[in-house]
Design a protein around this ligand. Structure first.
Ligand code: BG6
Length: 485
C-alpha cells in the first residue's frame, strides 16, 4: 500500500517536471497567480486564548487560595488521565516566553483569564496583592510586545472557600462576591486592560458542574437548583458589569464569552432559517437570552415549570444591563433544525452516529456553525459587536521523526471554519475578532493532558514548546488578514 502510494507520488512529481513545473517554477507561478484570498476587515482582531487553571500551574505560590478545580482534579476518577493542573504549562513562571510565542504568530491580541483565588484566596474579604501582581506583570509584558490583553474574570476556577461556605453558585452570595472581585480587578487593571469578559461558558460549567457532575464542583442537583444556580451566574455577570462601570476607567469594554447552544438549519430554506432563529432563542434563554432581553422566554419558563428559577424584577434589571460586546465560543453545532407546522414551529433532528468529528469525539466538524451562530445571535438580540472568543480543535499531533508536527487535520479544520467566518462577515455579521483556542496545549479539564488544542505543542515533562505546522498556517492568515479559498 505504501509502495503504491510512493509510486503514485513519484509519478505525480515526474509529471510536474515534464511540464517544466519544478519547485522554483511553481513558486513563481503562484506569485504571479496567487490563490484567491478572502479578506477580513481592516482592524480585525486576531488572537489566541488560554485560561488560568489550564496553563498557570504554581497553585501553591504567592498566597493563591484553592479553587474548586484543584479539589476536583485531585479527586480520584474525575480526570481521564489522572492528572491535575498543579504544574500545567508553568505559565506563571514562563509567561515571558509564552508572550514571545504569541508575538511570533503576529497575533495582536491575547485572551487569558484571571484566577479569582489568586486575588481573593478566601473568595471574599482580604485581597492578596501578590496575586494581582502576576497579572500586572503579564499585562505589562503583553503591552510591551504590542499585544492587546483581553481578560476573562471567571474561567471556572471558583475559590473553594466559596463552595464550602455558601455552595458556590447555588447562592447569590457568590454573585455578590463576584461583583466585588470584578470591581477590585477593574480598579487596578483597566488603565491597561480595556476589554473584559466576565464569565466563560455558563452553558457548560453550570450544567456540567451542577447538573451532570462531570466538571467541578461535581454536583448532580435537580433541575430547579441547576436553573437557580444559572440565574445566580447571570446575576453575578450583571453585578460585575455594574462594578466594572463604577470602579474601572471610563470606556472599559465589558462582555462575556458564551458557548452558545448553536443551531444550524438542516437545509437552508427560508422556513428552516426562521425556525433555527426561534430554536436558538429558546435554547439560550437561560443566559444569552436573559442577559439581552431582561426576561426568560415563555418557552423556557413553560418547559422548566416547577423547576424554573426564582427571581425578582430588580435582579432581571441588573442581569440585563447594556454590555459592549458578546464573545461566542464556537466549536460544534448542537442541533440541526427544521421547520414544522406544529408549535413551537421548529424541531431538532437526531444526530447520526456517523457524523464526522475531530480528535475530540464531541467536536463534530461543521464549519457552517461559525457562519450561522454569530449571524443569528446578532439578529435575534441585536448585537453590534461579536468576538469569536474561542474556536479550534484537538488533534493527534504526533511528532514526526524529523521533530515536526504536521497537524494537517487542525489546518483543515481552521481553514474551513475561517472561510465560513469570512463569509459571515462579508455578508454583514458584526464579528470584530477571533481568538484561537489555544495558544498552546494545556490541561484540558476532564481530559487532562490527553487532548491537545495548541498551535504550539507542549512537552509537559520538559516544558518545551514546539510550533506545529498550524502555527505557520495561522501566522500566514494573520499576516495576510485573509484566508485562502
Ligand atoms: C471550551 C473551554 O469549552 O473548550 C475551554 O472554554 C476548553 O476552556 C475548550 O479547554 C476545549 O474543551 P475540552 O472539554 O475538550 O477541554
Amino acid at each position: 500500500m505504501s509502495d503504491e502510494f510512493s509510486r503514485r507520488q513519484f509519478a505525480g512529481l515526474a509529471g510536474l517536471s515534464a511540464l517544466g513545473l519544478t519547485a522554483p517554477a511553481l513558486a513563481a507561478e503562484s506569485a504571479a497567480n496567487p490563490v484567491a484570498a478572502a479578506s477580513f476587515p481592516d482592524g480585525f482582531v486576531w488572537g489566541t486564548a488560554t485560561s488560568s487553571y489550564q496553563v498557570e500551574g504554581a497553585v501553591n505560590e504567592d498566597g493563591r487560595g484553592k479553587s474548586i478545580w484543584d479539589t476536583f482534579s485531585h479527586t480520584p476518577g474525575k480526570i481521564e488521565d489522572g492528572s491535575n493542573g498543579d504544574r500545567a504549562n508553568e505559565h506563571y513562571h514562563r509567561y515571558k516566553g509564552d508572550v514571545q510565542l504569541i508575538k511570533d504568530l503576529g497575533a495582536k491580541a491575547y485572551r487569558f483569564s484571571i484566577a479569582w483565588p489568586r486575588i481573593f484566596p478566601d473568595g471574599t474579604g482580604a485581597a492578596n496583592p501578590k496575586g494581582l501582581d502576576f497579572y500586572n506583570r503579564l499585562v505589562d509584558e503583553l503591552l510591551a510586545n504590542g499585544i492587546t490583553p483581553y481578560a476573562t474574570l471567571y474561567h471556572w476556577d471558583l475559590p473553594q472557600a466559596l463552595q464550602d461556605r455558601v455552595g458556590g453558585w447555588r447562592s447569590s452570595d457568590t454573585s455578590k462576591a463576584f461583583g466585588d472581585y470584578a470591581g477590585y480587578v477593574a480598579e487596578r487593571l483597566t488603565d491597561r486592560v480595556r476589554n473584559i469578559f466576565t464569565v466563560n461558558e455558563v452553558g457548560r460549567f453550570l450544567y456540567f458542574g451542577y447538573g451532570l457532575g462531570i466538571d467541578a464542583p461535581g454536583l448532580t442537583l435537580p433541575d430547579a437548583e441547576v436553573n437557580q444556580a444559572r440565574h445566580h451566574v447571570a446575576l453575578g455577570h450583571g453585578l460585575a458589569v455594574q462594578a466594572i462601570r463604577a470602579r474601572g476607567r471610563p470606556g472599559t469594554r465589558v462582555g462575556f464569552a458564551e458557548n452558545i447552544t448553536a443551531c444550524v438549519p438542516a437545509i437552508n430554506t427560508p422556513e428552516n432559517i426562521r425556525a433555527t432563529e426561534m430554536a436558538t432563542r429558546e435554547f439560550n434563554s437561560g443566559f444569552l437570552g436573559v442577559v439581552h432581553e431582561g426576561k426568560y422566554t415563555e418557552g423556557f419558563l413553560q418547559y422548566a415549570r416547577a423547576a424554573a428559577p426564582r427571581f425578582t424584577a430588580e435582579e432581571l434589571k441588573i442581569i440585563s444591563q447594556p454590555i459592549d460586546f458578546v464573545g461566542l465560543n464556537i466549536y460544534a453545532p448542537q442541533y440541526y433544525i427544521v421547520a414544522t407546522d406544529r408549535a413551537p414551529g421548529w424541531r431538532p433532528l437526531p444526530m447520526p452516529a456517523s457524523f464526522p468529528h475531530m480528535n475530540s469525539e464531541w467536536l463534530r466538524i461543521a464549519p457552517e456553525v461559525i457562519y450561522w451562530a454569530p449571524r443569528i445571535a446578532a439578529k435575534i438580540w441585536n448585537i453590534k459587536d461579536i468576538y469569536i472568543s474561542e474556536n479550534g480543535t484537538s488533534g493527534e499531533d504526533r511528532i514526526h521523526p524529523d521533530g515536526q508536527i504536521y497537524d494537517l487535520d487542525r489546518i483543515m479544520f481552521l481553514r474551513n471554519y475561517l472561510t465560513q467566518l469570512q463569509r459571515a462577515i462579508a455578508e454583514g455579521a458584526p464579528v470584530r475578532g477571533y481568538f484561537l483556542w489555544s495558544l498552546m496545549d494545556n490541561f484540558e479539564w476532564i481530559f487532562g493532558y490527553g487532548k491537545r488544542f495548541g498551535l504550539y505543542r507542549v512537552d509537559f515533562e520538559t516544558q518545551a514548546r514546539i510550533p506545529k505546522l498550524s502555527a505557520a498556517f495561522y501566522r500566514d492568515v494573520i499576516a495576510r488578514n485573509a484566508i485562502g479559498v
